[in-house]
Design a protein around this ligand. Structure first.
Ligand code: SF4
Ligand code: SF4
Length: 307
């Protein structure tokens, strides 16, 4: 079955990198734009604390075609039914409940994980469903053949994994609409949320830079992709700002190929300031030329899988 028909699964390429600021989202967005010239493409911004793919794309928020608010369960206590048995307090592993001297338990909303254990154990049905807003998911077309899905959590809500889980569910539904390529921009770092965003993908691009921090975080992200056996390739961004031989050493030792280098390019700064993607507005830049070369290699790698 060919990729692109409604029943086939798209090729899923994660773009990740240990630390923030390596240019991961710039690579993911511009790579998506290149893919969309040949394939129906969906880009997913899993950096739910700081989603900026839309800003970098230059597309205005009024072009959003779909939005969905995401809520989390919180318990609401019915004082007249509560017999103050304390069962809910004991069942709460998050220490979000406290039984005061009088009245029903008190909820510390920020600690609540929404697991519903308190409601399940209550013997008198004294807990009703409440909800709190934790964020919103959006869908927006960037070009005729490229769409963006992203989510943002409300300021102060710390459980980004919960929001990412909802985005993954939406991704499953939307990706069945004949998309051939999924480009997944993960959050920065090498933590649980990044691992979850990488799980089940076909391959990952590890974006790094030739600096001590870049090397350190590349090692961490390599450990992560090895842990889940994910086919990966290294992209050295801003390759002329440091000693790339150290990155090649790490690549050799880990058995992961460096698929390309992208030199430092001042036009990238302008592209960010003016929200004008590199491959659309700076087609002759060294960034665009290098990324187009990487795109060509990727196309060859995934070519057979798309037939
Ligand atoms: S929903 Fe879970 S985390 Fe929240 S108060 Fe109830 S038991 Fe605790
Ligand atoms: S389990 Fe129910 S009855 Fe017991 S303290 Fe909690 S709300 Fe009250």
């Amino acid at each position: 079955m060919a990729a692109g028909d409604a029943n086939s699964k798209p090729i899923q390429i994660a773009v990740t990198g240990g630390k923030g600021g390596t240019g991961k989202t710039t690579v993911a967005l511009n790579l998506s734009l290149l893919f969309s010239r040949d394939f129906k493409t969906l880009i997913l911004d899993y950096d739910v604390e700081n989603p900026n793919a839309l800003i970098l794309s230059g597309i205005e928020q009024d072009k959003i075609t779909f939005s969905r608010k995401v809520y989390q369960f919180i318990p609401v206590f019915k004082g007249d039914k509560c017999v103050r048995c304390g069962a809910c307090v004991n069942a709460c592993n998050s220490n979000a409940l406290l039984l005061p001297r009088e009245g029903p338990p008190t909820l510390f909303e920020n600690l609540c994980e929404g697991c519903r254990a308190c409601k399940l154990v209550c013997p008198t049905d004294a807990i009703e469903d409440g909800r709190k807003l934790i964020g919103e998911m959006h869908r927006v077309p960037l070009t005729d053949s490229l769409e963006l899905l992203y989510a943002e959590i409300v300021p102060g809500f710390e459980k980004s994994g919960y929001m990412a889980m909802h985005l993954r569910r939406l991704e499953k539904t939307v990706s069945r609409e004949g998309f051939e390529i999924l480009v997944v921009d993960t959050a920065p770092g090498a933590h649980c949320d990044v691992l979850r965003a990488l799980m089940g993908r076909n391959m990952a691009l590890l974006v790094t830079e030739p600096t001590p921090f870049g090397e350190h975080d590349l090692r961490l992200i390599i450990d992560l992709v090895k842990l889940i056996g994910l086919e990966s390739y290294i992209v050295i961004n801003r390759s002329n700002i440091g000693d790339t031989s150290r990155i090649y050493n790490i690549a050799d030792k880990s058995g992961i190929e460096v698929i390309g280098e992208i030199p430092f390019d001042e036009e990238v700064f302008k592209s960010h300031v003016h929200s004008k993607p590199m491959v659309l507005h700076y087609p002759d830049s060294s960034f665009t030329r290098a990324l187009t070369e990487i795109y060509g290699k990727l196309k060859k790698i995934i070519g057979d899988r798309l037939k």
